[in-house]
Design a protein around this ligand. Sequence first.
Ligand code: FMN
Length: 191
Amino acid sequence: MVKVLAFAGSTRKGSFNQAILDIAVQGARSAGADVTVINLADYPMPLFNQDEEADQGIHENAQAFKTLLTAHDGFLIASPEYNSSYPALLKNVIDWASRSAEGEKPMQAFKGKVAAIMASSPGALGGLRVLVPLRMLLENIGTLVLPNQRAIANVHTLMDDNGQISDARTVQQLQGLAVELVETLQKLKSK
Ligand SMILES: Cc1cc2nc3c(=O)[nH]c(=O)nc-3n(C[C@H](O)[C@H](O)[C@H](O)COP(=O)(O)O)c2cc1C
């Protein structure tokens, strides 16, 4: 069974990106993946500073996050768009996870992995612009990013009273992306 780690680049209560991630997770599970969903709020870590890393080593929550990434075949990532790019939260956890402890292979958390990326925003572009630098970042550290991606515009209009995505077309799009990730991983794993 392929293993997928799912996380959003927002720890905001009522995060739209967590909401779209939840739908994608349903799709990945329906396609047969073993999906682990984490909230980055459970992995607080300082802003990366190389001097502190030299003094104190890799922060324990960064190491825990990296261990999780390493243990999974692929990633579902939903990111907010902050000023046309990724939020510091997401870049910070990726920077930490890119650091190697003694005995670890360089970029072991990211190399050979496959990711599906998505964004959402109350705005008209749906966070489309964050997907460009996020794709570039992930590919530069060894993660293959699916050509397909999703940017969900006006996301606040697509939800029910419980804060879940209820718009059928959006659900289908997000689940379809996740199914594509799982099918890609299944093909790669069967080789
Ligand atoms: C610092 C900051 C910058 C933002 N920049 C953008 C932006 O460039 N494009 C956009 O569509 N929304 C932007 N937003 C609005 C976010 O899309 C909105 O806050 C969204 O709810 C964040 O995602 P979340 O609900 O998952 O936390 C920005 C919000 C903040 C706090």
